[in-house]
Design a protein around this ligand. Structure first.
Ligand SMILES: C[S@@+](CC[C@H](N)C(=O)[O-])C[C@H]1O[C@@H](n2cnc3c(N)ncnc32)[C@H](O)[C@@H]1O
Length: 261
């Protein structure tokens, strides 16, 4: 049932989405042409995707502590690494987008809520190696595998924090002061998503970009996305169906775009 609803929402998105020709603000036009439509095969893609192929074959079982909503995987605490990878990691298309976004926006710091195997973290860490990437994962055993993956990829600009978002976000925000790029990819329910949004918004600056995963995944997430894009501080929202981006740039007139991606 949920899949049918998602397919229906996707069809609606396809019918209502714009291409670059329907986009007016120069900032967004540049984002579409230089980031969304950039088809360069960056060498980093292969490095991360080779590791993903290995993880997809890894039948090692680990005990998983379940947090929030967002992973439609079978319940039970023992899961194979291959299954966790298959069900939680973003398709390469979106990992690559994260890589290009941070490469283009070059934030000094990046926060990720929801590390899982660390693949989206790796895209961002390699997309802008000068940035410090803080990624939070609640499940200690998953976090351990992610850390191993960062070693395998020789990534030195990642600070992996093991703990719940609820416990870890306040201290992290206090430590870094301002948020510049945040990828919210865990606990896909309305109330927590809005709470994380408000926390990040409070420490946002003019060039902050907040990225939300799975904004059409459920009615709750659609409702959260609506509140996020209508927030008075948000001046530009971009709906790519599987991801939503918001910007708080004061120089922009408030606009909401649905872009074909
Ligand atoms: C969808 S996965 C992240 C996938 C990863 N970003 C990627 O694309 O490769 C979400 C992760 O967030 C973690 N998570 C969910 N809710 C959490 C919470 N409240 N506190 C800490 N971790 C949480 C889950 O354990 C899970 O590993």
């Amino acid at each position: 049932m949920q899949n049918t609803q998602l397919a229906y929402r996707y069809l609606k998105y396809l019918l209502h989405s714009n291409t670059k020709y329907g986009v007016h603000p120069p900032f967004l036009f540049n984002l579409v042409t230089k980031v969304f439509e950039d088809r360069t095969e960056y060498p980093a893609y292969q490095i991360i995707e080779q590791l993903k192929t290995v993880l997809l074959k890894d039948d090692q079982k680990i005990t998983v502590t379940d947090y929030g909503a967002g992973s439609r995987i079978d319940s039970g605490n023992e899961r194979m690494i291959s299954n966790i990878t298959r069900h939680t990691s973003k398709p390469a298309k979106y990992g690559r987008l994260l890589f290009r976004l941070v490469r283009y926006l070059h934030p000094e710091n990046i926060i990720e809520l929801g590390t899982s195997m660390g693949l989206s973290t790796a895209y961002m860490a390699l997309g802008h190696p000068q940035a410090k990437v803080y990624t939070i994962e609640g499940c200690p055993n998953i976090s351990q595998i992610a850390q191993l993956n960062f070693h395998k990829l020789n990534l030195k600009n990642i600070d992996l924090i093991t703990g719940t978002f609820e416990d870890q976000i306040p201290g992290l925000l206090e430590k870094i002061g301002k948020t510049q790029f945040v990828f919210i990819d865990g606990n896909h329910r309305k109330k927590p998503t809005l709470h994380y949004f408000e926390q990040c918004l409070e420490s946002s600056v003019n060039d902050t970009c907040l990225v939300f995963d799975d904004i059409h995944w459920s009615k709750e997430m659609e409702s959260a996305w609506k509140e996020i894009k209508y927030n008075r501080k948000v001046t530009l929202s971009v709906d790519l169906f599987f991801m939503g981006l918001v910007f708080m740039k004061k120089e922009l007139t408030k606009q909401d775009f649905v872009i074909r991606f």
